[in-house]
Design a protein around this ligand. Structure first.
Ligand code: UDP
Ligand code: MG
Length: 138
């Protein structure tokens, strides 16, 4: 069974969408293997988004991701990494199809950061790295 790492981002928590996001995971048949609410720290976020840290818009991503508590977790299931990415929808909610979480619950970005409710690992390597980073083991 494959594992992936997910985040319900501060906008998802603030807008009381935790239940609806979790509901979709469970309806799909994925197993929630770990679940925790926390406040992201600068250091951990920079490690998580190591590929984006040097981009000019990283400070706005940092402000967004630290704007309130998040829910982090590990999801298990067959082909869960790509399936969860499909359920999230495109990065920019403007491009996300209806039926996806981003397509149903978010709209186009107005500020510098793209507020899009959820995160999901994009490959087996990212999933292993992110689970180890956030939960200290894989
Ligand atoms: N992001 C942003 N502006 C950009 C690119 C990314 O605000 O131009 C934010 C957005 O919240 C996105 C996250 O940084 O979800 C990570 O970017 P990535 O390209 O990895 O997208 P994802 O894997 O989340 O779809
Ligand atoms: Mg990504």
């Amino acid at each position: 069974m494959e594992k992936t790492f997910f985040i319900i981002k501060p906008d998802g928590v603030r807008r009381a969408l935790i239940g609806q996001v979790i509901d979709r995971m469970e309806h799909r048949g994925f197993v929630i293997e770990n679940l925790l609410m926390c406040q992201v720290t600068k250091d951990l976020l920079a490690q998580h988004y190591e590929a984006l840290v040097d981009r000019p818009f990283y400070p706005s991503i940092e402000a967004y991701m630290m704007s309130g508590p998040v829910v982090i977790g590990v999801l298990t299931g067959a082909d869960v990494i790509q399936s969860w990415r499909k359920m999230m929808g495109a990065t920019n909610p403007t491009d996300a199809l209806p039926g996806t979480i981003r397509g149903d619950f978010a709209h186009g970005a107005e500020g510098a950061s793209i507020e899009n409710i959820v995160h999901g690992s994009d490959s087996p390597e990212s999933a292993a790295r992110e689970i180890a980073l956030w939960f200290g083991h894989d």
